[in-house]
Design a protein around this ligand. Structure first.
Ligand code: ADE
Length: 224
């Protein structure tokens, strides 16, 4: 999978893209992450990409031309089949099912807005999928792009060492995951549940199923 990110703040990606699963996925040759500076597609001699809104009002609007030129240049560079995603609080809410769907794509182009967002013609001309990571306002799409990239890349086949853990984790079967314990068996009077120390796999599975259901009921009844 090739993940292209178009942003005004490429430096926001360097730490995350070089760490943990995103780094491993690239080292394994399963994913390529390409961060593109929107300013490289400015037509202005000062590399400006924004301007005040027509009709007046606060803030600046990202101009249509650099955004369209950036996406067209990626498409001309073999990313014609990539899914184009515009990060915006006005988009469809992202969830684990959406992450699974995106993990099957050949490529993603993540377009990050900033300030008051893009000129509306970016939407009409490029027809991106519009995606939000939640009902709150971020300063720009970069943190949303990172959240999506991370949750999608870990689902790409071969990226995680033990794909079995994906089946059990929260949201994969609709609810939350069961609680985990490891050594030591007791800490400050808090003991690991006896059933987990006993080695009876059937009882362990049953206990995990019950705890997962209980957690979901208590913390996220909306998932039931
Ligand atoms: N840009 C600003 N806020 C956002 C959000 N909640 N989701 C996606 N992109 C955003």
């Amino acid at each position: 999978m090739i993940v292209d990110v178009v942003t005004l703040f490429p430096e926001m990606f360097s730490g995350a893209v070089g760490s943990s699963i995103l780094r491993i996925a690239q080292e394994k040759g399963l994913v390529r992450i390409n961060v593109v500076n929107l300013r490289d597609f400015s037509t202005d001699k000062h590399r400006k990409v924004d301007a005040p809104p027509y009709g007046g009002g606060a803030g600046m609007v990202i101009q249509v031309e650099p955004a369209v030129r950036a996406v067209e240049s990626l498409r001309a560079d073999g990313r014609g089949g990539s899914r184009l995603i515009l990060l915006t609080p006005a988009g469809r809410k992202f969830d684990q099912a959406a992450a699974w769907a995106l993990s099957k794509e050949k490529g993603l182009i993540l377009l990050c807005g900033h300030y008051e967002g893009f000129d509306e013609r970016v939407r009409t001309l490029l027809q991106p999928d519009e995606v939000s990571i939640g009902d709150y306002i971020l300063t720009g799409g970069e943190i949303a792009a990172l959240a999506i990239m991370d949750s999608v890349v870990r689902l790409v086949p071969g990226v995680l060492g033990s794909p079995d853990s994906l089946k059990e984790e929260s949201f994969s079967s609709g609810g939350l995951e069961y609680p985990h314990y490891t050594r030591p068996p007791e800490f400050r009077g808090e003991r690991v549940p006896e059933v987990l120390l006993g080695g009876d796999h059937k009882k362990v599975s049953e206990w995990r199923r019950e705890r997962a259901a209980e957690r979901t009921r208590e913390s996220r009844p909306d998932l039931i």
